[in-house]
Design a protein around this ligand. Sequence first.
Ligand code: ATP
Length: 139
Amino acid sequence: MPLHLEIVTSDATVFSGEVDMVTVPGAGGVMGILPRHAPVLSTLKPGELTVKVGGDELQFAIGGGFVDINNSKVIILADSAERSEDIDVSRAETARLRAEELLKNPPPNKEELFKLENALKRSQVRLHVAGHRRRGNRI
Ligand code: ATP
């Protein structure tokens, strides 16, 4: 029995299909999801999402969000989601340098600081996931 996976953002459905296994960046740590997983509604942090399907592996960069698991159906509601080959490496590198530069003088406002730290994390995740592509791990 396969899992049905949907990765959705406010702009688009980034992935929809039957898969064998999904690994998501849960707020409390990496969560592996196989068919017949118990129902879960949980938050996701910025990180790597991995999909195993037919012996192949796909990597996505996720900017945080939610995962809803029910009846072997997994819905990812992501703040942002890019498949590894769709990541613009120079844009992510620019975003990383900008966030690092701004964090040298951290803003006193906690919300601003949180936003900046999240932007840095998103850029780092994108660079990491794009690195998988460069090492030739993609299908
Ligand atoms: P930037 O500062 O470069 O805009 P960001 O982290 O602020 O990066 P987000 O707000 O997370 O960007 O995403 C805005 C949109 O741009 C989303 O659709 C996201 O998928 C896309 N996006 C952001 N960075 C990249 C990237 N490096 N490669 C491909 N798509 C990206």
